[in-house]
Design a protein around this ligand. Structure first.
Ligand code: BES
Ligand code: MN
Ligand code: ZN
Length: 486
């Protein structure tokens, strides 16, 4: 996709040469700054009840009188916020999905301050509009015709808009990579294949990749990770990716992604209904890979390390059993009461490993609990951290990226739930507060780290007719990394 900015032609937006023109109208009245050639078209449609200026409503006009383009769409935005404008852009792009629309021009009317955030939103909306899963679907429709999108602005706005487009383009590429990985079925995206994806990304984007196999993981003493992996015939991988944008001695941001390429639940087997969706249980890993891709493209002055423990959670003759006690890399022992609480078992060893980088921040990202989905639904990711400053930075990044997250509690009282008669801790507590006890479990392995945890069980994918990965929270994580650049 070719994304660029362009100065408005002397004749106004009606003089723009493109296959189609999308005009976002901000507010509930015809914007006073709307081009004189287009304003009568809008007025006429509104007067006759064919269009209302209500959020995300669109009006398509073919060969509109007075405009140079053959196709024109108006899309209404509630206000000039990047969030409202993004929703309008998405609706407008959907209205202009046609084989003849290869070059699209986009303009905003009624917004006094168009800035980089709107440009970023456009890049993300465009990527979302054209994304189509095809890897294992040869019968998928032809890719979208759209090849170039031009954002119109004043001359003075050009540098700011270009910056926003570049940021949005990088994040969108990361989101697309995350979606592509997470959508891939578990027989196509095994732990080995996930490691290959990481290595390929490192090669194409100048990152350092290191892939540890079982022998190495055994030597490190990652007994919890090994316990989950032992039930599968697919060999585990522990993936380390490094981006160096600052001095060698600068403390890095460490991102840890849950990479369960399929979660059957293990011996604590999950019910059959919707079990296919557990191929998305590497959504955390996918978002960390996507973030590394975005960061590698944007080249901020900060160091970033990505850690991905990857394996399958399977039942079988070798599988870990309820009641088994394992020793984690930290030395703490864990009674595995439920083999379906496997995410925390692979993450706890990765958190212990993270300490060696003396990080300025560690953020783990995981499709960790159904309980988080019950608590927050599919809109907000769950954010857990005892570090107020880190939590504030992550919430700010979440807001800037239009990638919502909500802070959840971590009070000491919830820790009681993890008591075990046979080990230092159990891997599960009672059902109530399940997302919090999962976070409390992880916290025991991040004692001396500036740590935060994102539970993305409800936000990493959609169920139903639009079943598929969302690529979240690549936006949040990328903005967070950018906020830590010098
Ligand atoms: N991968 C699941 C969490 C999950 C469930 C994500 C549904 C998205 C949708 C995780 O490994 C899991 O099975 N968690 C258990 C924990 C329980 C056994 C304490 C859960 O949430 O039921
Ligand atoms: Mn599970
Ligand atoms: Zn899982």
């Amino acid at each position: 996709m070719d994304l660029r900015t362009q100065t408005l032609p002397a004749g106004g937006i009606a003089a723009v040469a493109a296959d189609a023109l999308l005009v976002v109208l901000v507010g509930d009245k015809a914007p006073p700054d709307l081009d004189a050639a287009l304003a009568p078209l809008l007025d006429d449609a509104v007067k006759h009840g064919d269009f209302e200026l209500k959020p995300s409503r669109t009006l398509y006009l073919h060969r509109p009188a007075g405009a140079k383009v053959a196709r024109l769409a108006f899309a209404a935005a509630a206000d000039a916020s990047p969030k409202s404008v993004k929703a309008a852009l998405a609706a407008g792009l959907a209205a202009l999905k046609a084989p003849g629309v290869k070059r699209l021009a986009v303009a905003l009317a009624g917004a006094d301050a168009v800035d980089d955030r709107h440009a970023e939103a456009l890049a993300l909306a465009v990527a979302d509009a054209v994304y189509l899963y095809r890897h294992t679907k040869p019968s998928a429709p032809a890719p979208a015709a759209l090849a170039s999108v031009t954002l119109l602005g004043t001359k003075a706005q050009q540098p700011v808009l270009a910056r926003g487009l570049a940021r949005g383009e990088a994040i969108a590429a990361g989101v697309t990579l995350a979606r592509e990985c997470a959508n891939r079925p578990a027989n196509h995206l095994t732990p080995g294949a996930l490691a290959d994806q990481a290595s390929a990304l490192a090669k194409s984007h100048g990152l350092k990749a290191e892939v540890l196999e079982r022998k190495h993981v055994e030597k490190l003493g990652m007994g919890a990770f090994l316990a989950v992996a032992q039930g599968s015939h697919e060999p585990l991988r522990f993936i380390v990716l490094r981006y160096q944008g600052a001095g060698k001695t600068d403390a890095p941001v460490v991102l840890v992604g849950k990479g369960i390429t399929f979660d059957t639940g293990g011996i604590s087997l999950k019910p059959a209904a919707e079990m296919d969706e557990m191929k998305f249980d590497m959504g955390g890993a996918a978002s960390v890979l996507g973030t590394m891709r975005a960061v590698a493209q944007l080249k901020p002055k900060v160091n970033v390390v990505a850690l991905i423990p990857a394996c399958e959670n399977m039942p079988g003759g070798r599988a870990v059993k309820p009641g088994d006690v394992v020793t984690s890399m930290s030395g703490q022992t864990i009674e595995i009461l439920n083999t379906d609480a496997e995410g925390r078992l692979i993450l706890c060893d990765a958190l212990t490993y993270a300490a060696r980088f003396k990080p300025q921040a560690v953020v783990d990202v995981a499709t960790l609990t159904g309980a988080c989905m019950i608590a927050l639904g599919h809109h907000h990711s769950g954010l857990f951290s005892a570090d107020d400053a880190l939590a504030a930075d992550l919430l700010a990044a979440s807001a800037a990226a239009l990638d919502p997250a909500w802070r959840m509690p971590l009070d000491a009282e919830y820790d009681e739930a993890l008591k075990s008669n046979f080990a230092d801790m159990a891997n599960v507590g009672p059902r109530a507060g399940g997302a919090i006890t999962a976070a409390k479990f992880l916290q025991r392995f991040a004692k001396d780290l500036p740590w935060a945890h994102l539970d993305i069980a409800g936000t990493a994918w959609k169920s139903g007719t639009h079943k598929g990965a969302t690529g979240r929270p690549v936006g949040l994580l990328t903005h967070f990394v950018l906020s830590r650049a010098r």
